[in-house]
Design a protein around this ligand. Sequence first.
Ligand SMILES: Cc1cc2nc3c(=O)[nH]c(=O)nc-3n(C[C@H](O)[C@H](O)[C@H](O)COP(=O)(O)OP(=O)(O)OC[C@H]3O[C@@H](n4cnc5c(N)ncnc54)[C@H](O)[C@@H]3O)c2cc1C
Length: 438
Amino acid sequence: MTYIILGGGLAGITTARLLHERGYTATVLEAEAKPGGLCRSYTKDGFTFDLGGSHIIFSRNRDVLSFMHEMLAGNREERVRSTKIYYKGRYIKYPFENGLHELPKEDCYFCLNEFIKILLADAASNTATEPKNFQEWIYQTFGAGIAECYLKPYNEKIWKHPLTDISTHWVTGRVPRPPIEDIIQSAVGIETEGYTHQSLFSNPTVGGIEALIHAIAFPIKDQIICSAPVTALEKTEAGWRVTAGNTTYTAKHLISTIPLQNLAPCIQELPPSVRDAINALCYNSVACIGIGIKGTLPEYSWAYIPDAEISKTHRISFPSHFSSHCAPEGHSSILAEITYKPGSADEPKDETSYIEAVVQSLVDIGLFNREDLVTTMFLKNKFGYVVYDCAYQQNISVIRNYFHETNITLLGRFSEFEYYNMDDVISSVTNYVNTQFN
Ligand SMILES: Cc1cc2nc3c(=O)[nH]c(=O)nc-3n(C[C@H](O)[C@H](O)[C@H](O)COP(=O)(O)OP(=O)(O)OC[C@H]3O[C@@H](n4cnc5c(N)ncnc54)[C@H](O)[C@@H]3O)c2cc1C
């Protein structure tokens, strides 16, 4: 049985590998010159940067975590997470609700008081009102203080979409309201921890996150065809005919891991209702700026910057803290991520001035001295984040029904169109392969 897999990112490569382990052959068609998609890395002047934003390996799913660890074997270093939020000139513990005592006193009082008010309001009312959108969910779950000091500005900065038009389906039930004890402890300065599934994380020692792609791809690397952008698909008696560049490939089964927005133009007879649903899906692009410097940086893993006035970037990470090989000796590195709506006025046009604005903003907050700057790197990723707008669930169900009936399997972040981390991608691919062959 043969398979064609569209896209050689983590989803495409992992699918080909798992099929290979079951004795099946898959050809992977990848548009770019090398596989990896968002999990590609680049080394410049001795600094290794992840091109799709800073990637760490973590998971609640023990099997998936073991899979990633086994793939990397000895090429892996473990770290303890130390994450901060840059707030009014100071670094606050992350998640924000765990660092309230580090806030200016009036902000700490605002957050605590508003949190207590929502608890009292809930206790006084018999019927819980369901939040209609993400903004309402933030206010109802955390209160106006935590909302206005951090969650609202940060989420506006990363999503570039009105929070009143973001759905709640991905947070309701998954992100619980913090217990009152935790909030009080946090406000008075007793240590509490949040998001503990990320407390320990790891990274490849050498090669950035792309090393994971190469490790997974190792036994199937001859089946990956790069610089092969897929442009047309046709269903035949025997299965599928796929055109990539000047070459046509045929196979019985077709799996797509490429963004739905790239898949749609490949299908001539796509019904208008499906095309409209795909066009209506929202997503953000992400620009990544790598910065190599002489000397040291704060001993944090990464930091969020919610204030749009301070910098364009919403998150800076410090790859040189993730692995001993990410920067030359005596040097450190920063990776800044900036989201934008593709095609909007925010989309970076002039690379040099864009890099300069971000570098200056980080110099201004005292992260490093300009004379210590050694190198920079810049890359735009058109498909960065799925944005769950309020019409998402309606649109995605139209799309999935069509592809299910057409027998095209969708796997991966922008193909399933879900906010998947690497572990979710591997889990989805594993479930698919298991249900096909068990
Ligand atoms: C800023 C950022 C930070 C992240 N950090 C983490 C993290 O710390 N930990 C974590 O677990 N996850 C993280 N992720 C998520 C992780 O990157 C994704 O879950 C994963 O890389 C998705 O893999 P994929 O194969 O589904 O998609 P992609 O990587 O998008 O792969 C799709 C592939 O399809 C190819 N393609 C597109 N069109 C065509 C075409 N017409 N023909 C052929 N090929 C085509 C693309 O070139 C690409 O290689 C992060 C994501 C972002 C954006």
